[in-house]
Every structure is written in structure tokens, then in C-alpha cells.
Design a protein around this ligand. Structure first.
Ligand code: PAF
Length: 283
């Protein structure tokens, strides 16, 4: 496995691979890798000849500097996991390399997809994601890029980015990997205290309740939302950032329960912010 910190070195290797007709899969990450990330790698390896993983905690997508400071870092373990899982190249740039002092700030946004969910409660977050993902796409020049569907809004925003700006890249969404109790795997889970980890299982159980009540005939979207909100709030140390029911394509709020819908939530358990979502069909 090759580990590269320098973008010029990375571009050289990518060019060599391209010239020898190798297809490239790209899995962007912020490290503290887990089995969910390795599912991105496995999917990539099944579809292309070379797999690149980037590990970069991107400061421009954190609206809260404290959240950036607290974001876990485990480079040594990450590299070991990548090696064990057959990653061909890890790109491990520094902040200075990605954003040199001489940088002229650039801002991108896709307003219609950013007005709800995380875009509403984390102002500036998707501007940062669009900026770093565009840079990483130019540097890694992949044929296919793999994104976890736990960050469903990010998947939609990046899909729109490649369509609107004609990036010749296919975006593939990989299903959320879950712990035994259903909690979505996340690099942030390592920050939960044992008690808060137990409380966090309310999130997957809320999705079970959502399915049960939806199929039990609940038709009123406001009542449904109230039932689910009340359930989450039974946990001590829980604060709901949002619980929204939106169209899975436009991400705009729905006013009634019919057809396909995206139920998405962000919940603080203690000071750890966890997100999850599911696409459900109202009968
Ligand atoms: O999903 C993430 O880990 C990040 O948002 C990404 C795509 C690596 C960009 O920094």
C-alpha cells in the first residue's frame, strides 16, 4: 500500500495508473475508520482496479471549532485497517497542503439541497464539503467515488455537484453499516460514554417505531413526528437537533404521509452529534 502526503506525488501515480488503463475508485474519509468505511473499500474493490482512500479532517466543513478539535484521530490504526483491506493508496494530506496560506477562499453551495436537515442546522457545513470534495476529486481523478448513505444529504449534494459541474465521475451510495443494536456506525461513536452509548440505541429503535406506526396506519405527519420525537426524548442526555420528513430527491419537507419519504434525524447524546436516516414508503 502506498501512503502519499503530497498532492503532486499523488497526481503522478494517478496519471501512471490512468496511462496503464487502470480504473480508479475513491473513498473519501475523515479517518477513525470502521467497518462502514471498509464497506466503501470492499464495494470499490469489486468495481475498479485501484482503490484510493483519503484521510483528511477537513476544517472548512466544521461550523463549530470545538467539534473540529474534538473530532477523533487514529492515523496508525487507520493505515493498518486500509492495508489489511487491500487499499492501494492512502492520501493523507495536511491542512497546510490542502489549504496553503496563500489560498484565495472559494465558496460553493447548492442552496435547494442545503436548506434542510444538516444544511439548516450546520451553516457552512456543505460549503466546506463541496470545496474539499471538489479538490479531492481533481487530485484523485477517480472513475467512481463511494459515499456512505448514513450521510444521505451529503450523498445528494455530491451527486448534484458532479452532475451540475460535469465531473466525469460516477457517485455510488453504500448502505449504512450498523452495530448489533442497530446504531449506525460512525467515527463519532468512540466519543460516547458507556451510558450514552446505551442511550444512543434509541435512534435505531425510533426508526423501528416509525415503520411500525406508519404501517399501522398513521396518516397524520404532525402526529407521527410527535410520536417519534417523544420517543427520542425518553432518553436522558438527549437533545434533538432535527427530526425531519423530506422528499428523498429534493430534500424538501413533506406536508403529508404518502409514497416514498426520507425520515432523517440528528441527535445530540451528551455532546456527541449522531445522524441517521431511512427511506420509508407510506402504504
Ligand atoms: O463524510 C465524510 O467523512 C466527509 O464529509 C468527507 C466526504 C470525507 C469530506 O470531508
Amino acid at each position: 500500500m502506498i501512503v502519499v502526503t503530497d498532492p503532486i506525488e499523488l497526481k503522478k501515480i494517478v496519471l501512471e495508473w490512468k496511462l496503464s488503463n487502470q480504473s480508479i475508485g475513491f473513498c473519501p474519509t475523515m479517518g477513525t475508520l470502521h467497518a462502514g468505511h471498509m464497506d466503501l473499500v470492499k464495494t470499490s474493490k469489486s468495481q475498479v482496479s485501484k482503490t484510493i482512500v483519503s484521510i483528511f479532517i477537513n476544517p472548512t466543513q466544521f461550523n463549530d471549532p470545538k467539534d473540529f478539535e474534538a473530532y477523533p484521530k487514529n492515523t496508525e490504526t487507520d493505515l493498518k485497517l486500509c492495508e489489511e483491506n487491500g487499499v492501494d493508496l492512502v492520501f493523507l494530506p495536511s491542512v497546510e497542503v490542502m489549504y496553503p496560506k496563500s489560498t484565495t477562499p472559494i465558496q460553493m453551495s447548492i442552496p435547494s439541497l442545503q436548506s434542510t436537515l444538516c444544511g439548516r442546522t450546520r451553516p457552512g457545513h456543505f460549503e466546506g464539503v463541496l470545496q474539499v470534495v471538489s479538490k479531492l476529486f481533481h487530485l484523485t481523478d477517480p472513475n467512481i467515488a463511494f459515499f456512505g448513505l448514513k450521510d444521505y444529504q451529503q450523498f445528494r449534494v455530491v451527486s448534484a455537484l458532479v452532475t451540475e459541474l460535469n465531473f466525469p465521475i460516477q457517485i455510488v451510495g453504500v448502505p449504512t453499516k450498523r452495530e448489533a443494536d442497530g446504531l449506525a456506525m460512525s467515527s463519532r461513536n468512540v466519543r460516547l460514554s458507556p451510558k450514552d452509548r446505551e442511550t444512543a440505541s434509541l435512534i435505531p429503535r425510533m426508526f423501528q417505531l416509525a415503520k411500525k406506526t406508519l404501517h399501522g396506519g398513521e396518516k397524520n405527519i404532525l402526529i407521527w413526528k410527535e410520536i417519534l420525537t417523544d420517543f427520542l426524548l425518553t432518553g436522558s442526555n438527549v437533545k434533538i437537533d432535527y427530526l425531519e420528513i423530506v422528499d428523498p430527491i429534493t430534500l424538501q419537507p413533506l406536508s403529508q404521509l404518502s409514497g416514498e419519504l426520507l425520515l432523517a434525524t440528528a441527535v445530540f447524546v451528551g455532546d456527541v452529534r449522531l445522524i441517521d436516516n431511512e427511506i420509508l414508503v407510506s402504504p
